[in-house]
Design a protein around this ligand. Structure first.
Ligand code: SF4
Ligand code: SF4
Length: 686
C-alpha cells in the first residue's frame, strides 16, 4: 500500500483495482466513487481504515468496502487502524453569522465542495434583534462573555451539521463586522462610536479587519481541532463588511454598466448602489420585521412560515384585466394614497369586483378572502389555508399548516391588504383591527407599525444613497434582492410597497449571498484573496445612516407616513421641498429573475436541521424579590420565567428571546427595585 505525498491517497490500491497507473485526479475520483457507493448503500460516508489483512473497511459500520456483506468483528485483534488519518473525508464548514441567526453548511472538500448538510438557528443567540442591540449588549456585558455566547451558538450549529467533527479541516465565516468581531473576540468598540475623539478617549485602536487565515485554537472557545484553518474575510475599512462585499461579489454587480442597487433585506438592511463604477453603501438597523421578528406571530423563514399572501376578492371581473400580476388582485398602482384625494386615472390593472371610484382613498374594505403560501420542510412555498381575514375561518384547506408568518408574508399581506382596503395606514379596518390568517395567526396594528418602520428604513436608505450619488430614484434600473427575505418575497409586491425603487425594470432574487461567499471561501484560499483584492480596489463611499441628515429627514417622513398616517402626497411634497429624490409611482411591470428557488439553494444530502434551542439560560435569585412576577408578565418576549424555591424566587432568562439592554421593561416593572438585568444576564448558565 503506497500513500501519495501529493494527494494523500492510496495510489497502489486504486491502480491495482483499475489495472493501470492513475493520476492523482483519477485516484481521487476512484476513492470518491467508493465513498459515494457506501453512502448510497448505508446512508453514511465511510470512515475508512484497514484490517490486518489490509482490506479497506468502514469503522463506522465495520463493513469491508469491497465486500460489504461480510462485516468484520472490531474486537478481532487482526484489525488495525493504519491509514485512518489519510483516508478521512476532508470537511469544510461554511458559516453565515447573520444578525437574525446563524446558518452553517458542511461541505465535502474531496468532492469539490459537495454540500452534505445544513443547520440554521431560529434566532441570534444574543439578546436583541439588531446589530445595535448586539453592540449595546457587548458594551454592557463585555467582549469576553459576549464572545462566549456567540461561540456556544457556533459550536451548536456545527454539532447540528451531523458530521464527524474530527474530519473538519477548514471553517469559513462571513457576516457583518460586528458579528465577525464578536466571533474573533477582537476590538469592536470602533463600530459602536462614530467620533474619533470618543474612541481616543476610550483608548480604542480600530483593528484592521483584513482577510486572514488563522488556526482554530486562535479563536477561543471554538470546539474544533486546533489545526483547523479558519478563514476570515476582509472588511473595507470598518464600514463595508464581509457580508456587503459578499453581496457585491456574489451578484456580480461590480461588472455592470447600468445603475444598480443591491439590497440585503433582513434585520440589518445592507444597501449598495453602483453609479459609474463607484459603490455607495449604507446599512440600516431599523427593525427585524422583515425577518418576521417583532411581529406577534412572526418567525424567521423556516418550515411552517407563511411566506406570501394573496387577496382574492369575492367577485371577479376578468374582462379587460391588464393585471401586473396575473391572477392577483390588481386594483391600483398607488396603494399609498390614503387621504382620499388621489386621482389614479393611470392606474395599472383592473378593478376586480369594485368600481374605480372605490379603489382609492378611504372606502369600505373589499369583501374577499386571503390565500396563504407556507414554506415546507424543503423550504419551498406550498399552498396554505385560504381564510376569511375578518375571522380566520378556514374557507379552503391548504397543503401545509402554518405556524407563523415570516417577513415576506408580512410584505405580501401589507401589499394585498392595502389594495383590499383592509389596511389604511396606520389602521387595520377589520372587525377587531386584526387581520386573521390560518391556525389563529393574526397580524395586528402593532405589527403593521413594526413592519412599516422596517420598510420605511429600506426606502429611506435608497433615497439617501441616491441623494449621495446625485441621481434620481428612478435612474435605478436593476435591483438585486438578497437574504432570505429578498429571495422569498414577491418582488412585485415588495416594489408596490416601496421596498424596491419604482423605476427598476429588472429584479434579481439571489438568495443568501453571505453563506454563498462562505462556501466559496471554504473551498479554496483563492476566493479569500480575490475577495481581498475586491476590497482593496473598491471605489467606494459609505454613508453612515446614523449620522446622515438626509437619512434622518427621510426616515422621519417614513415614520410619519407609517405610524401616523401622513398622506403619501404630503410625503412627496416634503421630499420636493428638501430637494431630495422624488418617489414616483410604479408604472411598468418589471422583469423578475429568480436565480435561486430558496435562500439556501442546496441544503445537502442530509438536509436541513433547524436549531430552535439556541438561547442560553441564565438564572438568578434577587435579594428582596417578593415573587410578584411583575417582571415576567411585563416581558414582551416571554423571555423570563420564575420558579418558587423553598426560601426564594429564582428568575431565569432565555438570552435569545430577550430584546436586549435597550428594553429593560422587566427592571422598570419591579416595584421593589431588586430586578437587575445585567446581574441576571451575567449569572452562571445552566
Ligand atoms: S423585559 Fe427584560 S427580559 Fe424581557 S425582553 Fe425586555 S429586557 Fe429582555
Ligand atoms: S418584579 Fe421584582 S419582586 Fe417581582 S418577581 Fe420580579 S424581581 Fe421579584
Amino acid at each position: 500500500m503506497l500513500g501519495c505525498t501529493k494527494c494523500g491517497r492510496w495510489h497502489s490500491d486504486a491502480e491495482n483495482d483499475i489495472g493501470r497507473r492513475l493520476s492523482c485526479t483519477e485516484v481521487k475520483q476512484y476513492w470518491t466513487g467508493i465513498r459515494k457507493e457506501h453512502y448510497d448503500l448505508y446512508d453514511h460516508y465511510p470512515q475508512i481504515s484497514t484490517d490486518g489483512a489490509e482490506n479497506w473497511i468502514c469503522i463506522k459500520c465495520w463493513r469491508r468496502l469491497k465486500d460489504p456483506m461480510n462485516p468484520i468483528d472490531p474486537a478481532d485483534d487482526t484489525f488495525n487502524q493504519k491509514g485512518v488519518e489519510q483516508q478521512l473525508t476532508r470537511i469544510g464548514i461554511a458559516l453565515d453569522l447573520g444578525t437574525s441567526g446563524f446558518r452553517g453548511q458542511a461541505l465535502d472538500l474531496d468532492q469539490n465542495g459537495l454540500i452534505l448538510s445544513t443547520a440554521v438557528t431560529t434566532r441570534h443567540p444574543l439578546p436583541g434583534a439588531n446589530v445595535i442591540d448586539h453592540l449595546h449588549f457587548a458594551l454592557e456585558i463585555g467582549l469576553e462573555k459576549t464572545h462566549q455566547i456567540v461561540l456556544d451558538a457556533v459550536n451548536t450549529v456545527i454539532d447540528n451539521l451531523r458530521i464527524e467533527k474530527d474530519q473538519i479541516v477548514r471553517l469559513a465565516v462571513c457576516g457583518n463586522p460586528i458579528q465577525l468581531s464578536l466571533f474573533q473576540k477582537i476590538e469592536f468598540r470602533d463600530l459602536a462610536y462614530a467620533g474619533k475623539r470618543k474612541l481616543d478617549a476610550l483608548g480604542v485602536e480600530p483593528p484592521k479587519r483584513d482577510a486572514m487565515i488563522v488556526k482554530a485554537n486562535e479563536i477561543s472557545g471554538l470546539d474544533l481541532s486546533p489545526e483547523v484553518d479558519v478563514l476570515i474575510p476582509p472588511a473595507v475599512q470598518h464600514e463595508i463588511g464581509a457580508d456587503a462585499l459578499a453581496m457585491m461579489i456574489q451578484t456580480g454587480m461590480l461588472d455592470m454598466k447600468e445603475i444598480v442597487v443591491v439590497t440585503d433585506y433582513g434585520t440589518n438592511n445592507e444597501i449598495a448602489l453602483l453609479v459609474n463604477g463607484k459603490v455607495y453603501t449604507g446599512s440600516t438597523a431599523a427593525g427585524p420585521a422583515l425577518e418576521g421578528q417583532h411581529i406577534e406571530d412572526g418567525l424567521l423563514a423556516l418550515p411552517g412560515a407563511i411566506t406570501d399572501v394573496e387577496f382574492e376578492p369575492e367577485t371577479l371581473t376578468p374582462a379587460g384585466c391588464s393585471s401586473r400580476s396575473s391572477g392577483r388582485l390588481c386594483l391600483d398602482n398607488n396603494i399609498f394614497e390614503n387621504d382620499g384625494n388621489s386621482d389614479n386615472s393611470s392606474a395599472i390593472g383592473c378593478e376586480i369586483g369594485a368600481t374605480k371610484s372605490n379603489i382609492t382613498g378611504g372606502g369600505k374594505p373589499i369583501k374577499g378572502r386571503l390565500k396563504t403560501f407556507v414554506l415546507d420542510q424543503d423550504m419551498n412555498a406550498r399552498p396554505g389555508d385560504t381564510v376569511d381575514p375578518n375571522t380566520g375561518k378556514q374557507l379552503e384547506r391548504g397543503e401545509i399548516a402554518a405556524v407563523g408568518i415570516t417577513g415576506t408574508g408580512v410584505v405580501g399581506l401589507i401589499s394585498q391588504c392595502l389594495k383590499a382596503r383592509l389596511i389604511k395606514i396606520p389602521r387595520i379596518d377589520t372587525l377587531d383591527t386584526e387581520i386573521h390568517l390560518s391556525n389563529g395567526i393574526k397580524f395586528t396594528e402593532k405589527d403593521l407599525l413594526e413592519a412599516g418602520k422596517a420598510i420605511g428604513a429600506v426606502r429611506a436608505g435608497h433615497i439617501t444613497l441616491c441623494h449621495e450619488a446625485g441621481i434620481a430614484l428612478n435612474d435605478i434600473k436593476v435591483a438585486y434582492c438578497s437574504g432570505a427575505s429578498g429571495t422569498y418575497v414577491d418582488a412585485i409586491k415588495a416594489q408596490e410597497i416601496g421596498m424596491i425603487p419604482a423605476g427598476v425594470q429588472k429584479i434579481y432574487q439571489v438568495g443568501n449571498t453571505s453563506l454563498a461567499m462562505a462556501r466559496d471561501l471554504v473551498k479554496t484560499d483563492d476566493a479569500l484573496w480575490r475577495m481581498k483584492k475586491v476590497a482593496d480596489d473598491l471605489r467606494q463611499h459609505h454613508c453612515m445612516f446614523a449620522a446622515s441628515k438626509t437619512f434622518e429627514k427621510v426616515y422621519i417622513l417614513e415614520l410619519a407616513f407609517w405610524t401616523e398616517g401622513m398622506p403619501f402626497s404630503q410625503y412627496r411634497k416634503f421630499l420636493k421641498k428638501y430637494g431630495l429624490p422624488e418617489i414616483r409611482e410604479v408604472t411598468d411591470r418589471p422583469e423578475v429573475i429568480k436565480t435561486v428557488e430558496r435562500d439556501i439553494p442546496d441544503l445537502g444530502r442530509m438536509g436541513l436541521k433547524i436549531v430552535s434551542d439556541i438561547g442560553r439560560i441564565r438564572s438568578f435569585c434577587f435579594d428582596g424579590c417578593m415573587g410578584c412576577e411583575a417582571c415576567v408578565i411585563e416581558c414582551p418576549e416571554n423571555a423570563l420565567k420564575m420558579e418558587t424555591g423553598k426560601d426564594d424566587f429564582r428568575i431565569s432568562i432565555n438570552l435569545a428571546l430577550c430584546d436586549g439592554v435597550a428594553c429593560r421593561r422587566c427592571e422598570r416593572a419591579c416595584k421593589d427595585k431588586v430586578f437587575d438585568l445585567i446581574a441576571l444576564i451575567t449569572s452562571p448558565g445552566e
